[in-house]
Structure formats: structure tokens, C-alpha cells
Design a binder for this molecule. Structure first.
Ligand code: ACO
Length: 321
């Protein structure tokens, strides 16, 4: 059977690290409040010369190197972002040009924090139906550029970064590697809970992120537990079969609550929210790359990716490494 097999991972962070203490010098907050409510200790913020496309390109170069392939052999780039460099062209085509690839398919997907799950699932469907052979799937964001730095209820929660993976269509046996199952959802009924108050067709400005955090939290835990169960059922596995969960890193308390609902031990959950804060579409591939590179995630293991974000959108994917 044809499956999308993971060949390599990569990630990139801006140069500037901003600790909670440094943030507390500009915003009415404290390190204690941020750590206790979110688990976040620091984040990376893009500076001059750094943007979504530059971070995405760096992450992609590292994933291509890890996959040990030529960039020119990539015939599909799907990039998830809510903070593109420009309204158009798609950031995916900017990355394509920077990598020196030409002629393949390249486009962006907008599903905010679930963007990487949407991108992976789209790329997987295209690889399995033969539309492409090798895909670069990227999650990249510069949320610092859409934060209201006067709003302490949101600006402390986010950071910038990018993560990327290379997937290849391969003919494998049933117990072989690749994406085994995935499921995506959206429900546009709750847009007032998490949105950006601008855009090219409304205000003509980029706008700032607005969020009712407590309500988002409630929806996140319920939706994530449900979609994880759906994917396990689709793939014919139990929660206890999972070796690692690589979740969207919004808040340590959402990670704990979701793991508890599924009966998963905290030791199986990859956590980077303390170091990166919430990097939206970049958080899952950033965490995945970290756990692959430090040797936690090994060949043959079952890994669950999951995310929930603005829209609302949410999804999960199960893969064997
Ligand atoms: N520093 C200090 N005090 C603060 C800060 C801050 N940065 N922000 C808010 N407060 C105060 C509030 O003003 C409030 O004070 P009051 O009681 O005097 O009115 C108090 O802290 C409690 O505020 P709550 O909003 O009720 O705090 P809560 O425990 O719900 O935590 C948080 C807020 C961290 C945003 C939480 O609700 C959360 O993480 N929600 C999930 C949202 C999220 O992660 N969204 C990301 C995108 S979607 C996704 O990825 C799932």
C-alpha cells in the first residue's frame, strides 16, 4: 500500500529569546503568573530580517538535510501559516524560490494553530493519490507581528518559529512506516472567541489577535480528546499503543488535561511550550523535530500529532516513524 513516510524533520527559531522576566518589564505581568497559568517560561521573537518565510526556509533546509535528499526533488510544498510575509504570493512559493525548487505544487493553508495538521493531511492525500512524490510540509509563524503588546491576556502567550518535515510516497507493508490515519474538523460558530480584528478585505490593515482564553481552553480540551479517539479508532489502535503524543503547544494545562482524558501518562507527551510558548502552526513540527533530534522519537514508534486553533479548527494524525 502507498503511504506518506517521514524522511526528515527540521526547525528554526528567531535569534532573540525573550524571558518572562524581560516581558514583565514592558507588560503588567509576572513570571509567576505566566508559569503558573500556562507553563511558558520564554519565547523567541523575530527581529529585523526575520520573517515567516525566512524561518520556514531555514526549517525546510534542515528537514531536507535530515532527509538526505536534493531540494529539487520536492514536487509539493504545503505551508501552514496565519502570518504570511505578504497577502500574496503564498509563503510556500517564497520558500520554494529560496530553496531553488521550480515547477512543483506550492500553496499555503490557513487553519491557524491546527494549520500543520491540515497541511500534513492535505499533503498525505495528495501523495497517496499520486499527485506528488515528495512533499515538504511546513508550519511557520511570526505571531509577534499580530499581537497587541498592550494586551497582557494574549501577548504573553505566543512566540515565533518554524518547523518542517519531508514526506515521501512509498509502497510499504501494513506494519510499515507512514501516516496511518488522520482526521480534521472545523466549526465556525465560535469566531468571536479567537480571531484577528483586521484583514485585507475588511479593515485593510493586518489587525491584532483577540482571544477569550478561558472559553478557548474549554473547547480545546473537549475537541482534542474527541479527535484523538476518532483517529485511534480509524487506525485500530488503543491510547496505550501510542509511544509519543506531539501536541500543539498552547498551554501546559491543556496538554495535561487532554492526556488525562485519554489516560495517557504525562511522560509520553512532548512538551516545548515552556521554551517556545505558543507558535501556532509551527508548534507541532517544532516539538516533533526536537524529540526526533534528541533521540526520544525512534524508528518504528507510533506518534500522534494533534492541534486545535482559531476557526475553530482541530485535527489529529497518527504515524509510524
Ligand atoms: N499577567 C497577570 N495577570 C493576568 C495576565 C497576565 N499576563 N493575563 C490575565 N491576567 C489576569 C486577568 O486580568 C484576571 O484578573 P481578574 O481575576 O482580576 O480579572 C486573572 O489574571 C485571571 O484571568 P483568566 O483569563 O481567568 O485566567 P485563566 O486561568 O483562564 O488563564 C489563559 C488565562 C492562560 C489565557 C488560559 O485561559 C488559556 O491558556 N486559555 C487557552 C487559550 C489558548 O491557549 N489559546 C491559544 C490559541 S488556541 C489553542 O492553541 C488551543
Amino acid at each position: 500500500m502507498i503511504r506518506s513516510v517521514l524522511l526528515g524533520t527540521g526547525s528554526a527559531l528567531p535569534k532573540r529569546l525573550v524571558s518572562n522576566a524581560e516581558l514583565a518589564e514592558q507588560v503588567d505581568t509576572t513570571d509567576e503568573w505566566i508559569v503558573e497559568r500556562t507553563g511558558i517560561r520564554q519565547r523567541y521573537i523575530a527581529g529585523e530580517g526575520e520573517s515567516t518565510s525566512t524561518l520556514a526556509t531555514q526549517a525546510a533546509e534542515r528537514a531536507i538535510e535530515a532527509a538526505d535528499i536534493e531540494a529539487a526533488s520536492i514536487d509539493l510544498i504545503v505551508l501552514a501559516t496565519a502570518t504570511p510575509d505578504n497577502t500574496f504570493p503564498a509563503t510556500a512559493t517564497q520558500v520554494q524560490a529560496a530553496l531553488g525548487c521550480r515547477g512543483g505544487i506550492a500553496f499555503d493553508v490557513a487553519a491557524v494553530c491546527s494549520g500543520f495538521l491540515y497541511a500534513v493531511t492535505t499533503a498525505d492525500a495528495m501523495l497517496r493519490t499520486g499527485m506528488a512524490k515528495r512533499a515538504l510540509v511546513i508550519g511557520a509563524e511570526t505571531f509577534s507581528r499580530i499581537l497587541d503588546w498592550e494586551d497582557r491576556t494574549t501577548c504573553v502567550l505566543f512566540g515565533d518559529g518554524a518547523g518542517a518535515i519531508v514526506l515521501e510516497a512509498q509502497d510499504v507493508t501494513d506494519d510499515g512506516p507512514g501516516i496511518l490515519a488522520s482526521k480534521l474538523h472545523a466549526d465556525g460558530a465560535h469566531q468571536e472567541l479567537l480571531y484577528v480584528d483586521g484583514g485585507p478585505a475588511t479593515t485593510g490593515t493586518v489587525g491584532k489577535l483577540r482571544m477569550k482564553g478561558r472559553e478557548v481552553f474549554r473547547h480545546a480540551v473537549v475537541n482534542l480528546a474527541d479527535v484523538l479517539r476518532e483517529v485511534l479508532e480509524q487506525a485500530g489502535f488503543l491510547a496505550s499503543d501510542i509511544d509519543w503524543v506531539v501536541p500543539h503547544q498552547a498551554n501546559a494545562r491543556i496538554l495535561d488535561a487532554t492526556a488525562r482524558k485519554l489516560g495517557l501518562p504525562a511522560e509520553k507527551v512532548v512538551v516545548t511550550v515552556d521554551q517556545h510558548a505558543n507558535t501556532s502552526a509551527a508548534s507541532v513540527p517544532l516539538a516533533l523535530d526536537q524529540a526526533v533530534r534528541d533521540g526520544r522519537i525512534q524508528k518504528g514508534q507510533l506518534v500522534m500529532l494533534e492541534a486545535m486553533g482559531g476557526g475553530f479548527t482541530w485535527g489529529a494524525a497518527l504515524l509510524r516513524i
